[in-house]
Design a protein around this ligand. Sequence first.
Ligand code: HEM
Length: 434
Amino acid sequence: MPESKPLNERPPGPDSPVTLGIDPATLGVLTGLQRDYGDLVHVQKTSGRHALFINDPAIIRHILVRRHARYQKGPGFERVKMLLGNGLIVSDGDVWRRSRTMIQPAFKVQNVQQLLQAMINCSEQRARAWQAAAEAGKPINITQQTSDFALELILVCIFGADYEQKLLADGDNPFDFLSKDSTRDLSVVLKVRKLRARLLDIIAERRETRSDEFDFLSMYLKATDKQGNPFSDNELLDELMTLIVAGFETSANTLNWVWYLLAGNAAVEARLLEELHELLPHDQPPSAAHIDALPYTQQVIDETLRLYPPVWLFTRRAVEADELGEYGAVPGDDIYLSPYILHRSVRYWPDPERFDPGRFEQGKQERKERPYFPFSLGPRRCLGEYFSFLEMKVHLALLLPRFRMQRSSADSPGLEMGINLRSTNDILLQPQVR
Ligand code: HEM
């Protein structure tokens, strides 16, 4: 048996310091590190911190699942914190545990299914705009369209009727900046401040009136911790902002890529269409049970998330020493894990660049053995997974049978590796009514 190394012995890596961020240059750096040093690499960052880049699926599982308590969220979240305060996605330790326990019940399948009608309405809203563009022979900006769809949907699901009646009442949409290009860097301090003040008003009004509406805000207002305490106004505000930010960009980006891929893959599109014609009712809107039972639609989204996982890079920071295979992590070490890199690794995925939803056919044993974690793993796994699948499948189920999309340009939209993976350029597609 090989002699085991002391816990604090870090794996091999380059001698000179390396710059790591959450940006396009980092993808190149990480790919080079793996090529040169293997699946477990140590680097000293230019900031002076030590970091480990990990590509071994078993060690990734160990960090995210078994030993998750030894790690907290890592670098790169500083700017997001400005928007989300101490909300679920950025908090750690006891604060995170308490919030997660309070919020998790809201995401139960039967609760999310009650939001189906909102998903249908928001899809119908898009259909109207696409119909007009198709009739005028004008392309649509699918990047903006999917962004508007997902943002509007999450806002309706959070605020119910208050979204239209109160938040949009003065004609100036206070959420607009979240989905507009020029403000994608999240550094819009004033707008964030104004929005937070507006949301505090809504929270106060809701506390007074205790409406019977079924939406995330009312579920969050009713939630209590183990001592029976509800969220304070500021905690609630952070959690609502978290839900908006976590809940719209990821689904929007995925749908953006789904439409782009379908427009370039006639055989996949035809098979998807066939499934929708066959399994959905023709004379009434689909139920959640119909939507849940669309295996090929699910595969198309799974495969899109393999190629374009919106959270393409996770970071953690070790708070305790940990054994990682034959090496170790030391408290303070930054950890980098990339679903994007593993999902495109030829070692696990044959012909990895090819869009092939067949890889995710039910019961395929190989699928289970391959590293695939677009929603993360373990206790910090995405809470909105079912919500996002339901929303994306409803969107496709209602819109694909009505519109055929054609790419307006042969140029690749490019990849922008930020906190979320997006297309560098907005994607234009020409809709045609079927
Ligand atoms: C395709 C869609 C989505 C993807 C790929 C996705 C992915 C992820 C990932 C990877 C994380 C964990 C990040 C990390 O550990 O660093 C996460 C966390 C989270 N997501 Fe999602 N997400 C999606 C949609 C949604 C939606 C629609 C919602 C809400 C309606 C949502 C709510 C959350 C929340 C609240 C967390 C924090 C969980 C915690 O830390 O306990 N997500 N998501």
